[in-house]
Every structure is written in C-alpha cells, then in structure tokens.
Design a protein around this ligand. Structure first.
Ligand SMILES: [Zn+2]
Length: 328
C-alpha cells in the first residue's frame, strides 16, 4: 500500500466504504457529507480517496474506486487538482475564519474544470468560528450545482445543528488492532515486536500509533517505568499528578498497554523467581492477580462505559502503591 490509498485499498471502515460506494452508485454523491469519529482513524484519508473515486475517469474499471494512477487521481493525491480545495486552519490560528469559508463560495461559483464535481473538504470543521459557520450554512442552504462539501470533524456536537442536519452523516469508529497493524506495516519498517507495541499504544488511532512509531514511544515508556519504580514512595499529590498526565485520550491507550505489560512482568517475576521476594514483605502471586483483575476491569470500563480516565488511573495507581507498602 502507498501512503495514499485509493478507496478499495482503504483498510477497515467497511460500513463507511459501503455507504460511499452506494452514494456514488446513485450517480449523485449528495451536496454535503459529514465525516465524524475519533481522531487518527483515517477520516481525511477516506475523504480524499472518495474524491479520487468521484473524479477518476477510469473508475469503471477500478471497481468504483479511483485507479490511483491517472492524472486526475495523482493530482488529488498531490493536493493540486483544480476542482478540489481543502480548507484547513491557517498556521498560528486556533479557528477556521470566515474569509476562508467565503472563498469557497467563489470556488463553487465556477464550473468544474475537468472533474464532474467541484469538491471542498473542510478539515477540523468544528473549529470554524461563528461567522465562518454561518457563512458555510449559506452555502449549504443553496448548494451550487455540481458542488460537494465534505466536513471532517472529531467533534460533530460542536457544529451548528442546522449544518449537521443538511449533511449526509458518516460515522467512523476506531480501527481494530489488526487493521492498524496492517496500515502501519505498509507505512513503516518496524520490527514485529515494536509494531505490536505501537499498535497497542495507539488504541485504534493510526495517527497516534504512527506518532509513537516515530520516536515518542521510548521516552514515554522510560517515564512510565521510572514512575512505577517511584510509585510506592511518592506522595498522594504526586500520584494524582501522574494520573492526570496520562489521562488525555491520546495517552490513555498507551498507559493502559504499558500498565498491562508491567503487571504481567511483575507476576512473571513472582512465579519464576519467588526467592527474590523480600521475606516478610513478599507480595504473593494471588495479590498481584487480584490487582491485575481490578485494574483490567477499570481500564475496560474507561473505554466501554466512558469512565473518567483520570479517576481510573488514580484508582489503579493507588491500588498498586498500597500493594507495595504505601501508607495511604
Ligand atoms: Zn484514476
């Protein structure tokens, strides 16, 4: 797989792809789509592959997908197709501004140069400021002929309800570990063990797993290991700070994975080298097992029923600190 897959080369997102193929088979892709779901799962990649498929003159022979080879597909991949515009937050800004959205009206007013449609992809659409959102709403209320707008966001709830209601909605989910592994093995040269580790650390987020694979992981792993060494002796205040630092969504899957691995190593040490335990202060295999069950349940609940991640980590760290002799 190249770094820019065509629609049929996209890994995972089966239901999403089926919906998009259906929209194309109707010979009208709709005027506005909203792609939403967690960060790093490939929403923007699918959006670009969808545009490739809409534009590609050879798609009849490519099973409804863009061929990936023709001048049109290449221009979409390189970001220089005249009938495609991408709206992203300007450098140094925190919101998409109204001028950027107004320029879209001018873009849509022109007839397509070579493709059947004129398409605009708005990345991080929820970062539009109020004026930008209202300007976009005008375009949505009176969609120009042969125009297609694709809004991409991780926070659909922050878009105006009037914008959301005018879009065909496509929900993206986290990818399965096997899918992330296949994507990453096409993009990186990692050995199998590192690959498995970054996939677990990414927690279904390809972007995050990729960031970990590009060097962030060793430093974070080292930080975690040092914190586990210090855990029984740090103050409760320090423990709360640790929990806080690991609780953002992009770090939670990583700390869960590191914690599981660390616990497995503890229990392996007790089983394989029982004589290295200090006499009178030995933590038994059963103690570790109970802690593992307790922590595993917490980590799962954090994901499945959306428990507060910071509180989950506080509870896990306190349990481990107490197990190793902390007095609180
Ligand atoms: Zn093509």
């Amino acid at each position: 797989m190249t770094s820019f897959p065509t629609l049929e080369q996209i890994i995972g997102h089966t239901a999403v792809l089926a919906n998009l193929q259906r929209a194309m088979a109707d010979h009208h892709p709709g005027h506005a789509h909203l792609f939403f779901g967690p960060p790093g799962v490939g929403k923007a990649t699918v959006a670009a592959a969808f545009v490739q498929a809409l534009f590609c003159p050879a798609k009849g022979t490519a099973g409804g997908s863009g061929c990936g080879q023709c001048p049109s597909c290449r221009k979409v991949a390189q970001g220089n197709h005249g009938d495609l515009v991408r709206v992203v937050m300007a450098e140094g800004k925190t919101r998409i501004g109204v001028d950027q959205v107004r320029q879209l009206a001018g873009f849509f007013a022109l007839t397509p140069m070579e493709a059947p449609w004129k398409v605009a992809i708005v990345d991080d659409a929820a970062t539009m400021n109020e004026a930008a959102a209202n300007a976009l709403l005008k375009t949505l209320e009176e969609p120009p002929a042969r125009s297609l707008l694709i809004l991409v966001t991780r926070q659909p709830g922050k878009l105006l309800p009037t914008i959301r209601s005018r879009c065909l909605k496509t929900r993206f989910s986290l990818l399965a570990p096997g899918e992330v592994q296949r994507i990453l093995s096409g993009l990186t040269q990692l050995d199998d063990e590192t690959l498995r580790e970054v996939v677990a650390a990414g927690g279904g987020n390809v972007g995050q797993a990729l960031a970990f694979s590009q060097g962030e992981l060793p430093a974070l792993r080292q930080k975690f290991c040092q914190e586990m060494v210090d855990l029984p002796t740090v103050t409760l205040g320090c423990l709360f700070t640790m929990a806080e630092q690991w609780s953002p969504p992009e770090k939670f899957a990583l700390v869960s994975s590191l914690l599981r691995k660390w616990l497995q190593e503890r229990i392996r040490a007790v089983v394989c080298h029982p004589d290295t335990q200090e006499k009178g202060n030995a933590i038994t295999q059963e103690d570790w097992l109970k802690a593992i069950v307790f922590i595993e349940q917490l980590l799962r609940q954090a994901v499945v029923v959306n428990l507060n991640r910071r509180l989950v980590l506080e509870a896990a760290f306190i349990r481990l600190a107490r197990l190793q002799g902390a007095a609180y």
